[in-house]
Design a protein around this ligand. Structure first.
Ligand code: PSV
Ligand code: MN
Length: 390
C-alpha cells in the first residue's frame, strides 16, 4: 500500500493551455467569465490545478495560440506561479494556405511554410526548456483522386525527417494520429500504425502519442498502448473522452472503465513514472480537452482526479493472483482480479494521500472555496479572451 501511495504521489499529469480559453463546436463558442486573455493568464490558471491536485506540474503550449514575444520570459512566469512548460504543440491547420494540406500539400511553397513553423516550434522548445514537440497534422483529402496518397506519404516523411534532424539533445517529437476530421476521405496520419511506421524509420527521438478521442468506436485502445509500450514507441497520451467522434470531453467521464484498462497497461508496461527529462523522457500524460459548457479550471481538476482514480485502481490489481489465474487458464478468476481492482473505491485513499501532501482532501471543494474564480472574473475585464485561434 505504501508503494501505491508513493507512486500516486509521483504521478505527473500535464494540462493544456487551450483548456483554459473559450472553446466550442463549429456551431457556437460560448464565452465564460474570467477566461484568460493571454498565455500568462492561462499559466496562472493551470497553476491552480496543480496547487489543488499536487500532480499537474506542467502545461502544454499551442503555437501560435500561445505566441509571445519572449518565450524565456513566459517560462520564467510559469516557474513563478509554480508550474513548468511541457510539450509544445505545433499548429499547421489554421491558415488559408493549408486548404490542401500542410507538410503534404502538393505546393512546395506551402510545405516549406509548414516546415518552417515546425522548426520554429523547436526554437520555442529551446527557449522554454521544453523537451517534447507534439505534431498533429490535419492533412488529408476529401475526394478520391484529389491527390496521390503515396506522394503525400513521401512528403510527410520528408518533413518529419527535417524536424527530426533539428531536434537537440534531450528533445523528442511525438507524432499524433487521428482517424478523420477535417479530412473526410484520406487522412495522412489516420492511425497508430502509420504514426509508428514513420517514427520507427526515424529513430528513438520519434514516438507516437495516443489521443484517446482519435479512434473509431469500439477500438481497443489498451491494446495499442500495450503494443507501443512493448516497442518503446509510446511517447505520451492526449487524454480526453468521446461518445461519438473527437468530442474532447473530460477524460474518464464517458468510459472510466476504459481509462482503467489503459492505465493498467501503462503500469504493466512499467511506464507510469512519466516524464523525467533527458533523452528518456518516458510517457507524457497530457490532457487535450476543451470545456465548452462547464467551468474550465474545475473541469481540469476533475479530469486530473479521474486519471488519479483510474491509476489508483489499476495499481490495486493483484499482479501475482492475476498471473496465477492466467497461467492456469482460469478465465473467470483472472477477470475477477481485474474487476475487483476496478470496483474498489479508491477515493478515501486519494483523500488521505492529498492530506499527506499538505493538500485539501477534496480539490473541487477547496478550489470553489478559494475565491480564485471570483477574483479572475472581477479582474479579467476588457481585452480579448483567449479562444481557438488566439
Ligand atoms: C487534434 O484534434 C488535436 O487532438 C491535436 O492534439 C491538436 O493540437 C489539438 O487537438 C488541439 O485541440
Ligand atoms: Mn490531441
Amino acid at each position: 500500500m505504501s508503494d501505491i501511495r508513493a507512486t500516486l504521489r509521483a504521478q505527473a499529469i500535464e494540462t493544456p493551455s487551450w483548456a483554459y480559453g473559450n472553446s466550442g463546436t463549429r456551431f457556437k463558442v460560448f464565452a465564460q467569465r474570467g477566461v484568460p486573455r493571454d498565455p500568462y493568464e492561462k499559466l496562472a490558471d493551470a497553476a491552480q490545478v496543480h496547487a489543488f491536485t499536487g500532480v499537474a506540474p506542467t502545461v502544454a503550449l499551442h503555437i501560435p495560440w500561445d505566441r509571445v514575444d519572449d518565450y524565456a520570459d513566459l517560462a520564467r512566469h510559469a516557474s513563478e506561479v509554480g508550474v513548468r512548460i511541457g510539450a509544445i504543440n505545433s499548429n499547421v491547420f489554421q491558415d488559408d494556405d493549408y486548404r490542401l494540406g500542410s507538410v503534404t500539400n502538393p505546393d512546395p511553397a506551402v510545405r516549406r511554410k509548414a516546415l518552417d513553423h515546425l522548426l520554429a516550434c523547436v526554437d520555442v522548445m529551446d527557449a522554454t526548456g521544453s523537451d517534447t514537440l507534439k505534431l498533429w497534422f490535419s492533412d488529408g483529402t476529401n475526394y478520391p483522386g484529389q491527390d496521390d496518397i503515396r506522394s503525400r506519404q513521401d512528403r510527410l516523411a520528408e518533413a518529419l525527417s527535417a524536424v527530426y534532424g533539428r531536434l537537440g539533445e534531450g528533445q523528442r517529437f511525438l507524432l499524433e494520429y487521428k482517424l478523420f476530421e477535417p479530412a473526410f476521405y484520406v487522412t495522412d496520419v489516420p492511425d497508430w500504425g502509420t504514426a509508428y511506421a514513420h517514427c520507427l524509420r526515424l529513430g528513438d527521438k520519434a514516438q507516437v502519442v495516443v489521443d484517446t478521442g482519435h479512434h473509431a468506436p469500439g477500438t481497443n485502445i489498451e491494446f495499442i498502448v500495450a503494443f507501443l509500450l512493448r516497442e518503446g514507441k509510446l511517447g505520451g497520451f492526449d487524454f480526453n473522452s468521446r461518445f461519438y467522434a473527437d468530442d474532447d470531453l473530460m477524460v474518464g467521464a464517458a468510459d472510466p472503465f476504459q481509462l482503467f484498462r489503459i492505465m493498467y497497461e501503462v503500469i504493466r508496461g512499467g511506464a507510469l513514472s512519466g516524464r523525467h527529462g533527458g533523452p528518456e523522457q518516458g510517457v507524457a500524460f497530457m490532457l487535450d480537452q476543451c470545456h465548452n459548457i462547464e467551468p474550465k479550471i474545475p473541469g481540469q481538476i476533475r479530469s486530473v482526479m479521474n486519471i488519479q482514480e483510474a491509476t489508483a485502481k489499476a495499481l490495486r490489481v493483484d499482479a501475482d493472483a492475476l498471473a496465477a489465474a492466467q497461467a492456469e487458464g482460469d478465465v473467470l478468476a483472472a477477470n475477477a482480479v481485474l474487476m475487483d481492482a476496478y470496483n474498489t473505491d479508491v477515493r478515501p485513499l486519494l483523500a488521505e494521500l492529498r492530506q499527506e501532501m499538505g493538500l485539501d482532501p477534496d480539490p473541487m471543494a477547496a478550489y470553489a472555496r478559494s475565491g480564485y474564480f471570483e477574483k479572475i472574473a472581477a479582474e479579467r475585464v476588457g481585452g480579448t479572451q483567449a479562444g481557438w485561434g488566439a
